[in-house]
Design a protein around this ligand. Structure first.
Ligand code: GDP
Length: 322
């Protein structure tokens, strides 16, 4: 039985990936933070599969703990998804984002190299590495130009991954994922903020949502499909390669608002207030991904439409509130 080790298993992507790997017959191991074990709410996405999963409490910022974990499990595949995943521009957050996102990537790769060099490694990269780009859509060869510490931490980690592939011969690769949503999306992200806000307004629990730049453009895909791409990347007949995982279809935040509110027969214009605190610097050129390489090599392509994703999220939020 093949063994997979996941970080971020209780997040959106980790929980979908765990479900996929269990269906494929893997023995699935997940790393959870010491704080999550007391907070069962945080593990709620995993409740259906709880008995089948092997969960390990481990601090990702401790090299020795990761070394021991890899030694105990000896995984065939490792998916490193855990990250501080929000794009913050605050000075206080910077040190913690760098530490949380960069060090564990190195700890995993160095431990794998020493203990199980045949283990394949997937790193969850991000479209934020392209940041202030002037090229649309972005491809794997587009110049990186991150505009946030989050983007920088993801880019630095990607170079560590690339280094271990090129200089130490590991099967290690990065998926440059564009935004991907689902009913499990964290409320800090704009899609969930809007669907949960529209649900509350529809049920008369709230009357306004504060929004940032609603003309911002994003490339939004469906999270369960993005985790399939991750698995395909570790089972690639061409060997370890980095790919863009995206839809290539632009939508504005305004489109998302319009769609979510019209599903409950409301006009979003009556329910939003623009708050400059939510504006982000430097979003002139949109991040839109060209996923033709992963399509050509592995046959992966996005299927679920934007409107279907938002409808699923909205219905889920209405059900949660009822
Ligand atoms: P990410 O920043 O790409 O990781 O994803 P988000 O979902 O947080 O943001 C997507 C886009 O929505 C960005 O271009 C933001 O500028 C824009 N946006 C507009 N209003 C808001 C808001 O109220 N909250 C958030 N999070 N994003 C907003």
């Amino acid at each position: 039985m093949r063994k997979a080790l996941l970080t971020g298993i209780n997040g959106q992507d980790g929980s979908y990936l765990a479900e996929l790997l269990l269906k494929k017959g893997y023995e699935v191991h997940g790393v959870i933070r010491p704080s999550s074990i007391q907070n069962h709410q945080k593990l709620s996405f995993l409740k259906n599969d709880f008995n089948q999963l092997k969960l390990h409490v481990c601090s990702l910022n401790n090299h020795l703990s990761i070394y021991k974990l890899i030694d105990a499990i000896k995984p065939d595949e490792c998916y490193h998804l855990a990250a501080a995943s929000f794009v913050s521009y605050s000075f206080e957050d910077e040190a913690s984002i760098l530490e949380t996102n960069l060090n564990p990537t190195h700890f995993f790769l160095s431990s794998i190299k020493e203990l199980v060099p045949q283990c394949k490694f997937y790193f969850a990269g991000s479209s934020e590495i392209f940041g202030n780009t002037d090229v649309v859509p972005q491809q794997e060869t587009t110049r990186f130009n991150p505009r946030s510490i989050y983007g920088i931490s993801k880019l630095a980690s990607h170079y560590v991954v690339k280094n271990y592939r090129e200089h130490h011969g590991l099967y290690a690769c990065t998926g440059f994922c564009y935004n991907h949503e689902s009913p499990r999306r964290n409320h800090a992200f704009v899609s969930r903020k809007i669907t949960s806000g529209a649900a509350k307004i529809y049920l008369n629990r709230e009357d306004k949502i504060q929004m940032g730049n609603i003309d911002a453009i994003r490339d939004w895909g469906y999270a369960p499909e993005y985790v399939e791409a991750m698995w395909m990347m570790l089972n690639n007949p061409y060997g370890p390669k980095d790919y863009i995982i995206a839809t290539g279809i632009p939508h504005t935040v305004r489109d998302l608002l319009d769609l979510a509110f019209s599903l409950v027969d409301l006009d979003y214009r009556n329910y939003i207030e623009i708050d400059s605190n939510f504006f982000r610097p430097g979003e002139q050129v949109p991040l839109l991904g060209d996923a033709s390489n992963i399509h050509k090599d592995l046959g992966w392509q996005p299927k679920t439409k934007f409107s279907t994703i938002i409808e699923e999220m909205l219905l889920n939020d209405i059900n949660l509130l009822k």
